[in-house]
Design a protein around this ligand. Structure first.
Ligand code: ADP
Ligand code: MG
Length: 466
């Protein structure tokens, strides 16, 4: 069979991965493979009927649209159940472990099906899978990450005995989640029944709130405090959440006292997380701290070559070099560009020239160029969004419909730029740093309780960072 359907599906998966929550993606989309591309129909292979129904019910339109986008022409999506014998083969080939948040709560897919008929929501008990691609074997070590890589290896080989906790930090798309999951893979490969908790900070928060509401705190605590390894991704989301910090503090202590491994990732150093309790900051710094930086050009080339080999694509050297030189700040983006180009090359069957590549990657290259956002850009976007005058970003006017958007703009400036509080205050009509701090707190607090605010801020943030 040709590689065409695979390349197309990989490109589509790439888009889906960027669109969906990791857990949702890993559970439903990562295990799907492409069987064939017949004319305008791409047939996807799924594990069972349940997956087929669920995907059709919930995601058919989305699937059609991402696949069509990747193919640059309209494509229909059909499903086929993977033959039983190839399930085992596929599973062992990809070495995809069924990782549970607590191994004791492992739920076989068959059981999910028996107790949960076709649900629209994610089955409650379904557990996230580690992405099979995020292993140590697929991780390229360069000068930007060798320290972090070595620390993760150490921890994976002797969990709880080397550095505890291990605190990994670095910018978006630089391999934090990859390394975190690689630790999970490695520990499981050595000890099949290891109890590994892998969750985002957001999920920890949600589970805690749910447990609180349902009077199930003891169960929640037992689940998280009796693990061998706790892997928490994006710990910066603890910021400003006092009650969750308190809970996490106790989870941390229970595990640490029992010499159980804790690994945390974060988009910045612990002491730069606003509104994080000092006692947590100091605990996060107890063990080993390692940062991930943007890769240098040699590492980018090595990553591209490795990924191209994994995709079984061969791209001309000038194209690989072009990608490595133009996409510097984010490995996810680098990978996205490669997949896009590879899919196009395979689908069109034409030899690629740099001009085509540049057109193909226009959006990605634009994103890459946009890493520096200015305050005035943020002010303008926010003012447009809330339909207020740009001048009101710096005015003294205080009606709520003006003051709150202004606070959102200050909050976003704090999040998306490197400016100090006083510099931000200065740009917003000569306000002082206390006003900016108050604005940030205000926005955070309201995001916590008001879905609308969360949505507005989330939307703006996305617009500004893409
Ligand atoms: P982060 O969590 O830091 O935002 P991820 O771990 O999700 O970033 O990495 C983004 C993408 O880049 C993933 O697909 C990951 O596999 C890939 N990646 C990052 N670093 C490396 C590396 N050193 N070698 C190979 N792939 C990498
Ligand atoms: Mg991540």
């Amino acid at each position: 069979m040709s590689d065409q359907p695979q390349a197309l599906w990989l490109a589509a998966q790439q888009t889906l991965r960027g669109m969906l929550k990791t857990e949702l993606y890993n559970l439903w989309f990562a295990p799907v493979t492409a069987r064939c591309l017949d004319g305008d129909t791409l047939t996807l292979e799924v594990a069972d009927e349940f997956c087929e129904f669920w995907l059709k019910d919930n995601y058919l339109d989305v699937l059609r649209s991402v696949v069509s986008r990747a193919a640059i022409r309209p494509i229909q999506v059909a499903f086929a159940i993977r033959p039983a014998d190839s399930v085992a083969a596929a599973d062992s080939a990809s070495d995809r472990p069924v990782v549970t948040e607590a191994a004791s709560e492992r739920v076989a897919p068959v059981e999910v099906r028996a107790v949960e008929p076709l649900v629209k929501e994610l089955p409650r008990k379904s557990e996230p899978l580690f992405n099979p691609n995020n292993s140590f074997e697929t991780f390229v070590v360069g000068s930007n990450n060798h320290h972090a890589h070595a620390a993760c290896m150490g921890v994976a080989q002797k969990p709880g005995h080397t550095y505890n906790p291990l605190f990994l930090f670095g910018g978006v798309g630089l391999g934090k989640t990859h390394l975190l999951q690689a630790i999970g893979h490695h520990v499981l490969a050595n000890k099949k029944n290891a109890r590994i908790g892998y969750l985002s900070c957001e999920r920890f928060t949600n589970e805690f709130i749910e447990a609180l509401q349902n009077s199930q705190l003891p169960k929640f605590r037992k689940k998280h405090r009796e693990l061998d390894v706790l892997l928490i991704d994006d710990i910066q989301f603890l910021q400003g959440k006092e009650r969750i910090q308190e809970e996490f503090f106790h989870t941390f202590n229970a595990l640490h006292d029992a010499h159980k491994q804790i690994v945390l990732t974060c988009d910045r150093p612990a002491n730069e997380i606003q509104g994080l309790e000092q006692r947590l900051i100091s605990r996060f710094e107890w063990g080993m701290t390692a940062d991930l930086k943007a890769p240098d050009v040699e590492t980018r080339l090595a990553i591209l070559n490795k990924k191209a080999a994994a995709l079984s694509v061969k791209l001309p050297d000038p194209i690989i070099t072009f990608l490595a030189h133009r996409i510097r700040t984010n490995i996810r983006r680098l990978e996205g560009a490669l997949v896009r180009v590879a899919a196009y090359a395979q689908l069109s069957g034409k030899a690629l020239d740099l001009e085509t590549v540049e057109t193909l990657l226009r959006e990605i290259l634009q994103e890459e160029g946009k890493v520096a956002i200015s305050v005035s850009e943020i002010q303008k976007r926010v003012a447009d969004y809330f339909d207020i005058r740009l001048a009101d970003m710096t005015s003294k006017r205080r009606p709520e419909n003006i003051a709150f958007p202004r606070q959102i703009a200050m909050y976003l400036t704090r999040q998306l730029t490197e400016h100090s509080l006083s510099a931000i205050g200065e740009s917003f009509g000569g306000r002082d740093h206390g006003t900016v701090l108050h604005a940030c707190r205000q926005v955070r607090d309201r995001m916590e309780v008001e879905a609308k605010v969360r949505q507005d801020v989330g939307y703006l943030e996305k617009q500004l960072t893409r």
